[in-house]
Design a protein around this ligand. Structure first.
Ligand code: ZN
Length: 429
C-alpha cells in the first residue's frame, strides 16, 4: 500500500506492515489493518520468546490508537495464540501494544503521562476513556517502568508511613527515601505482613545497608524493622509527632466550641471548665469553629485575618490559646533539632505536664514513651518538610484515584508521580 510507512508512523505502529487504512463511516473511526513483521510473529505475549503457533485465537481484534486529528483511530489485526514452553497457550505478542492491553503502546504512554500531569477530567475527556480504564493503563505502564528500574538503589534512610484511602476505611503502607524524597514502595494494608513484603523485596543485603528508619511510632513498624534491619536507628517522624499535637489542639478546640454551644441562652459563665474568662455568645462558637485553619497553620503562613483570629482566641479562651502555644512549641523543637532541640523538648514536657489540659498531659506521656525514637530524629536531623510534602502529595493522589476501585492502580499512579521515573510522552526524546 502506498504511504504505508506514513500511516505506521502516524499511528505509532512499529515493526509492522500496514495493509489497508479505511474510514469506517458508521463508527466514525479510522481502521488501520496491520500485520506484525516476520520476525515479530509467533512470540509469547508474556516473555516475547519465539514459540510454535497454536490456533487463530479470537480472530481479528482492535487496539485503540491515538486520535488522528479529531477522528478516533484503531489498529486492527489477527490475534492468534501460541504455545509457550513456560506460559502455556497464550495470545501472541504484538509489537504495537502491551500484553493484554486494548490500546496501543503510544496510547497507553500518553494516558499515563497525562494522568501524572493533569486532572482526572482532562485525561478522560481528552482521551475519551473512562477513569477506570486510566487505572488499568497506569498499572501496565508502571509495571514496564518497574521492570527496567531499580527503585532500591542506594537506599540508606527511609520513612515508613501509612496512608488512608476509601474515606479512611483502607490503608496503604508507603516507604519514602529521605535523601531523595521519592516514593520507593507501596502496598495495600498496614500490618507486619505488609511491611515484611517490603523487606522481602529489598533483600537481606540491602536491608543491612539501611542506616535510619523513621515512622509514626507504631509497634508493628518497630517490630518488623528490628527483625529485618536491626542495625538501623529507629526514628520518630517529626511530621507525625507534630500531627499528634495538632490532633490534641483540635480536640481542645472542639471541646471549647461544644461548651459554648450547649449553654442555655448562648452564653457561658466566666471561669468555666473550659477556662473562659468572660461571657461568650453563640456567635463566638462559630468563630471558634472557623478558627481551625488559623490554629493549624504554621505562624509564618498565617494571613492577616488569621492573625487577628488568634489574637481574639488569646483574649477570649486562654485555654485554647495555651493548647495552640503547646502545639507550636513542639513544632519549634523539631525546627531547631540537635542538642538544643532535646533541651527544648525537655522543657516542653514539663510544660505539658503542668498545663491542666488532659489531651496535652496525655500527649506528654506518649512522647515520653517514644523519647528514644524522638531523640534519634533530633540527633540525625531528619527533615520534616520532605516527608510531609510527599505525604501530602500521596493523600492528594488517593483522592484523585478514588474511582479506580483497585488499590494497585492507585499505587501505580503514586509510583509514576512520586517515584522519580515519570513516563515520557511517545515520540519525544
Ligand atoms: Zn512465554
Amino acid at each position: 500500500m502506498r504511504g504505508a510507512s506514513v500511516w505506521a508512523g502516524l499511528l505509532g505502529v512499529e515493526k509492522a506492515l500496514v495493509d489497508e487504512v479505511v474510514l469506517d463511516p458508521d463508527e466514525e473511526v479510522i481502521v488501520c489493518s496491520v500485520r506484525p513483521r516476520k520476525g515479530e510473529r509467533n512470540r509469547c505475549g508474556v516473555c516475547r520468546r519465539r514459540c510454535p503457533g497454536y490456533d487463530g485465537g479470537e480472530g481479528v481484534r482492535r487496539w485503540r490508537a491515538l486520535d488522528l486529528g479529531t477522528v478516533r483511530a484503531v489498529v486492527e489485526a489477527e490475534s492468534p495464540r501460541v504455545r509457550c514452553r513456560d506460559h502455556g497457550v497464550v495470545v501472541a505478542a504484538v509489537p504495537w501494544a502491551r500484553h493484554g492491553a486494548g490500546h496501543t503502546r503510544y496510547f497507553d504512554d500518553t494516558v499515563a503521562w497525562l494522568a501524572v500531569a493533569c486532572s482526572k477530567t482532562t485525561v478522560t475527556q481528552l482521551m475519551r476513556i473512562g477513569w477506570r480504564t486510566v487505572g488499568g493503563i497506569v498499572k501496565r505502564v508502571c509495571a514496564d517502568v518497574d521492570a527496567v528500574t531499580d527503585r532500591f538503589a542506594g537506599l540508606r534512610r527511609i520513612g515508613i508511613d501509612e496512608i488512608s484511602y476509601k474515606k479512611g476505611h483502607k490503608y496503604l503502607t508507603v516507604v519514602v527515601d529521605h535523601d531523595t524524597g521519592t516514593l520507593v514502595w507501596a502496598a495495600p494494608g498496614r500490618d507486619r505482613a505488609t511491611l515484611t513484603g517490603f523487606f522481602d523485596a529489598l533483600g537481606a543485603e540491602r536491608s543491612q545497608a539501611l542506616t535510619h528508619v523513621s515512622g509514626d511510632g507504631a509497634e508493628w513498624i518497630g517490630h518488623v524493622v528490628a527483625k529485618h534491619a536491626p542495625q538501623a536507628v529507629l526514628c520518630a517522624d517529626p511530621f507525625h509527632v507534630v500531627a499528634w499535637a495538632t490532633q490534641c489542639l483540635d480536640d481542645v478546640r472542639r471541646e471549647v466550641w461544644n461548651q459554648i454551644r450547649r449553654q442555655p441562652g448562648g452564653t457561658v459563665p466566666g471561669g468555666s471548665r473550659v477556662g473562659l474568662r468572660y461571657q461568650m455568645s453563640r456567635g463566638d462558637a462559630k468563630t471558634i469553629q472557623r478558627s481551625r485553619w488559623a490554629l493549624w497553620k504554621n505562624p509564618e503562613d498565617l494571613t492577616a485575618n488569621q492573625v487577628d483570629k488568634l489574637a481574639w482566641i488569646a483574649k477570649t479562651s486562654p485555654r485554647l490559646h495555651r493548647a495552640y502555644l503547646l502545639k507550636e512549641g513542639l513544632r519549634h523543637v523539631f525546627k531547631i533539632k540537635g542538642e538544643q532541640g532535646k533541651t527544648a523538648l525537655h522543657c516542653w514536657l514539663g510544660w505539658a505536664q503542668r498545663c491542666r489540659i488532659p489531651a496535652f498531659v496525655a500527649l506528654g506521656r506518649k512522647i515520653k514513651r517514644h523519647l528514644p525514637a524522638i531523640h534519634a530524629a533530633l540527633d540525625h536531623g531528619l527533615s520534616n518538610g520532605l516527608i510531609e510534602s510527599v505525604n501530602t502529595k500521596i493523600r492528594l493522589i488517593t483522592r484523585i484515584a478514588f474511582g479506580f476501585k483497585d488499590p494497585n492502580a492507585l499505587i501505580a499512579l503514586a509510583m509514576l508521580t512520586l517515584g522519580g521515573y515519570r513516563p515520557p510522552l511517545p515520540g519525544r526524546n
